[in-house]
Design a protein around this ligand. Structure first.
Ligand SMILES: [Zn+2]
Length: 226
């Protein structure tokens, strides 16, 4: 029997040329051993060297909160969540910060955000993904205001995702990280394909590589729905 739901991949492929936080190569992928045509069974193997926070990845509370949950301690019940998309792409510019009003507009249309939801903020910045310098933008890109983060916390969300490097612009500090991670929530950055998602009605599943003691990890983020 085929799986009766639609699956949307919200994950960027990892490669050495993708945008990274510090502009360096955060992901190295080396051929270690190649097929041997002369033998009946042969293998190709690679070696990977990467930052935890590479590509589409998750931040666990321990990323900025000492004693917070690490990647391996995240609860699967939180990682599988109703997925809501707040789309501000029509107005988001590089210095745009999602406001409480943006969330209220969403709630007027689709109802109150339910506890345990995963909120994806769609800024449209993903369109620069294949132009790493532009996407990185010297760390200026659309993000989320601290007021909006606090509002989402009142709604008791499971986590927040965004299609930029971060929901915070470093020249304004990291209040969204601090607000959400200190409350035990998670953050997913560099989300792909959110334009393919309806605003409501899907579930998201964020599965990080289970790194013991890790504070961030690449995820395969998918959405499932009808
Ligand atoms: Zn982060």
């Amino acid at each position: 029997m085929t799986f009766p739901y639609k699956i949307i991949d919200l994950t960027h492929p990892l490669s050495p040329t993708i945008p990274t936080w510090d502009g360096s190569c955060g992901f190295e992928h080396h051929l270690q051993h190649d097929y041997q045509p002369s033998s009946t069974t042969s293998f190709r193997t690679h070696r990977v060297h990467m930052n935890e926070g590479i590509g589409t990845h998750i931040d666990a509370p321990a990323h900025c909160i000492p004693g917070g949950k690490t990647i391996d301690e995240l609860n699967l019940n939180d990682l599988l969540a109703p997925c809501l998309v707040i789309d501000v792409s029509a107005k988001a510019h590089e210095r745009y910060s999602v406001t409480v009003a943006d969330i209220e507009v969403f709630e007027e249309k689709y109802g109150l955000i339910k506890p345990g939801s995963f909120i994806i903020v769609r800024t449209g910045w993903e369109k620069f993904w294949s132009e790493p310098e532009k996407y990185r933008g010297n760390l200026v890109y659309p993000c989320v205001s601290v007021d909006a983060a606090q509002f989402l916390l009142k709604r008791d969300i499971a986590g927040l995702g965004i299609d930029t490097l971060s929901p915070d612009r470093p020249d304004e500090g990291f209040p969204v990280h601090t607000t959400l991670l200190s409350a035990g929530k998670y953050i997913v950055e560099n989300i792909a394909n959110s334009a393919n998602l309806p605003p409501v009605g899907f579930y998201s599943l964020a599965l990080p590589i289970k790194i013991q003691g890790g504070t961030e990890a690449p995820v395969r983020l998918i959405a499932i729905g009808e």
